[in-house]
Design a protein around this ligand. Sequence first.
Ligand code: DON
Length: 305
Amino acid sequence: MSKLEIFLESLYQKYQPLNHGKLARYIPQLAKANPDWFAICVVTTDGREFTVGDYTENFTIQSISKVFTYGMALEDCGRDALLEKVGVEPTGDPFDSVIRLDENSKRPDNPMVNAGAIATTSLIKGSEPTERLNRMLEMFRRYINRDVFIDVSVFMSEKATGHRNRALANLLLNFGTIEPQIEAILDLYFQQCALVVNCQDLAMMAATLANSGIHPISKVQAVQPNYVRDILSVMYTCGMYNYAGEWAYRVGIPAKSGVSGGIMGVIPERAGIAVFSPLIDARGNSVRGLRVFEDLSQEFGLHLL
Ligand code: DON
């Protein structure tokens, strides 16, 4: 076994007993996750895969999707037009906060918080909802290198209970930031969040970003290389929400978390890392995931600075 495989196994043993945190319950379907699920995967930019734990367990990608739709909106609109609608400034507030949107009016701070992600998704091009969804699924397929699908129960569950996101969308409409079809925009946002992945897929997606947007196995260009730096910059400053500063200090790599328990990290030109464990802290970040990334960063000197 390689040093990395041995270390991943030891991290799994060390943190499996750690059962702090809670399942996300505000989306009812997510409360059905098994709190014991735990997986760690590393994929190098030359396509080598290292896995431990429940790495084939399916879950919905949730907020990690925001990274990829941001890339797509950059391709669809260009940097300047997108910047006019969505900023690149960390908030220090929870991911679903309404406060700064009202204070700033018009422009959500960044594409990783829900307000900014909804505005970003509204910019995906297509003549009608099915075309926009199909283009988005096609984009995810390039990163995952197999067919992809949406968990309809999770989608419906969030559509039925996502009143806060609906409030954000209404505010965005009030400011003229998004178009009036807010139900169609929210559907697409909830659908991207309900994309089904496993931990190995997430590591592969991260490795694709680490590899200038080229999938390490298929060699398909998933996103234009000139936008990868934009994506990684926003991940670095905003990807972990109101933990982003401490994350940059302790772990020091661009990353993104989701409330279903995934965290994806990118080591440019080297590898993608993913951890899946559904117990999350008050900021919406996987508890085991944070610890694993800290240890990996320390052990292999991954901090960018
Ligand atoms: O919009 C929401 O609230 C969820 N679909 C996604 C939130 C999320 O994953 C935040 N991440 N930690």
